[in-house]
Design a binder for this molecule. Structure first.
Ligand code: AMP
Length: 289
């Protein structure tokens, strides 16, 4: 089947309505595609026949105009890859989304955590555009990468709060050389070593927890080390519960290490899943057996 490229929601709706049972696997992206995106597409293809990739650099999710202007754009190359991967449809909604004075979604507490703290309005922008996509596409499944873990929770909330029946499928982080989490933004960073340091920091923390040798206050030591090693700014380095990004307690819970750094003016995020973990009174983290 030839890949359909659609730039208009009426055209898209016509095509979607012509599909029997309308079971659509949706993969939202901002383009500049790499192996991380391809993994989402492969996963979608395993989950059904009709897959739809969107490419849209969402201005609402950028709290910094310069970051939006500098975001890498490579639409011709992206379309070539998507055709090679035999994606059913590509939706480029640029003309459909009128964002002047658009209503915005209020997400509540989830934006007070992690990336929400230093990127004001970011998740509201993500949620608002995802809602627009969900209303048009009504996908059966949406495919999201664990690289943007907080974004998964935000999108799950939109789906639940607005009564969509869309199923969320998540894909583990795809890493490149030195464990670096692939990201469209990485190409703006000259010193790849700094990206490796971010991943190594996560691994070192995980190893210390494995060795039963990690206190929650040690996070400060790891932050300082990153800064001493030349990373400009550590926005956060935290270990939180996966379910709602709340703080660890004495009750064992599936948890994750989350990090965000600013390297050469570029925001870099990463995370690493842990087994069930709990916090002892002395501040020590323990894996629960
Ligand atoms: P983006 O184009 O950066 O908005 O990302 C589109 C989707 O691809 C999101 O669900 C991301 O979480 C996912 N993604 C981006 N990079 C990776 C990666 N390295 N591994 C897995 N998923 C990724």
């Amino acid at each position: 089947m030839k890949t359909l490229i659609l730039t208009n929601k009426f055209e898209l709706e016509k095509v979607l309505n012509s599909i029997k049972q309308r079971k659509i696997n949706f993969i939202p992206t901002m383009g500049n595609l790499h192996e991380g995106h391809f993994e989402l597409i492969r996963s979608a293809k395993k989950n059904g026949n009709i897959n739809l990739v969107s490419i849209y650099i969402n201005p609402l999710q950028f709290n910094d105009k310069k970051d939006f202007d500098n975001y890498p754009r490579s639409i011709n190359k992206d379309l070539k890859y998507l055709k090679e991967l035999k994606v059913s449809m590509v939706y480029l909604p640029e003309k459909d989304f009128n964002l002047t004075n658009t209503s915005m979604i209020d997400l509540g507490e989830i934006v007070d955590k992690l990336c929400g703290k230093n990127r004001k309005g970011h998740f509201e922008g993500v949620a608002t555009i995802i809602l627009k996509f969900l209303l048009i596409i009504k996908p059966e499944k949406i495919f999201l990468g664990e690289k943007d873990f907080q974004q998964i929770l935000v999108i799950k909330k939109v789906i639940k709060d607005f009564n969509f029946s869309t199923n969320v499928k998540t894909v583990p982080i795809v890493r490149g050389h030195g464990g670096i989490a692939l990201s469209s933004r990485n190409q703006r960073i000259k010193n790849i070593n700094n990206l490796e340091k971010v991943y190594n920091c996560l691994i070192d923390i995980k190893n210390k927890i494995d060795e039963d040798n990690f206190c929650i206050k040690d996070l400060e030591y790891f932050k300082d080390n990153l800064i001493k090693s030349g990373i400009c700014r550590v926005n956060y380095l935290e270990i939180l519960k996966e379910s709602d990004l709340s703080e660890l307690t004495s009750i064992p819970s599936k948890s994750r290490i989350f990090i965000s750094c600013n390297i050469q003016g570029v925001n870099v995020i990463d995370n690493l899943g842990l087994r069930k973990i709990y916090l002892k009174e002395c501040g020590k983290l323990k894996f629960s057996s």
